[in-house]
Write a protein that binds this ligand. Structure first.
Ligand SMILES: [Zn+2]
Length: 212
């Protein structure tokens, strides 16, 4: 079963401004990135599907960490209660989504609204190790949607890319593909971490160790 993501452009989007030095000329990159050094986000509610709330919040944290491990010039911070975040994250009922096949929505940076919405019409699980064809995992879907809010458009070159526009619920996907890494580093700089550290966190995601 293949399920799609819909990235919302709003009325300010301009695609097709090919900029010097971008890693992949076959992609018409979005014209903006997130400009502040710290992106704050608020998880406004939780899915009804997952018994442990801590597993849901951790799934979101883990997804941000996947990008953070690779980039130098942007950090992420979760905020609570009264504070106003840069990014709003919501679980929404099916009625918010045009098609039942849409897993999530996200907007691009620099628009009047800046959010990720996850379709709670689906029966979610926290991570890919326990996902199956009827139960999409939050971690890889959130990695993908965070890619949009950081300014990445879909990449149709290979379905190995986390920014591929659809998600095969039968296959496990937990990490960035080479093109994802190169594109995000073009926007936010290269974080020089030892490969074994990056691999360690990938193994954690694959095994679901973050959710014991
Ligand atoms: Zn998408």
């Amino acid at each position: 079963m293949v399920i799609v993501c819909e990235a919302i452009a709003g009325d300010t989007i301009k695609f097709g401004l090919l900029q010097d030095g971008q890693p992949y000329p076959d992609i018409n990159e979005y014209h903006k990135k997130f400009e502040k050094p710290v992106l704050t986000y608020k998880l406004h509610n939780l899915s009804n599907d997952i018994a442990k709330a801590e597993h849901q919040t951790r799934a979101v944290t883990v997804a941000f960490q996947v990008w953070r491990l690779r980039i130098k010039n942007l950090r992420f911070r979760r905020i609570y209660d009264d504070e106003k975040p840069d990014l709003d994250i919501w679980f929404r009922p099916q009625s918010y989504f045009g098609s039942a096949g849409v897993l999530a929505h996200a907007t691009f940076p620099g628009q009047s609204k800046f959010y990720i919405e996850i379709n709670d019409g689906w029966d979610w699980v926290s991570h890919a190790a326990i996902a199956d064809i009827g139960h999409p995992p939050i971690v890889p879907i959130m990695i993908h949607e965070i890619g949009h809010v950081l300014g990445l458009v879909h990449d149709t070159f290979s379905n190995l890319s986390i920014m591929y526009p659809s998600f095969n619920l039968g296959a496990k996907k937990n990490d960035l593909y080479t093109r994802d890494v190169n594109r995000i580093q073009w926007l936010y700089g290269v974080r020089s971490l030892r490969q074994r550290i990056i691999d360690y966190f990938r193994r954690r995601r694959d095994a679901g160790w973050d959710f014991d």
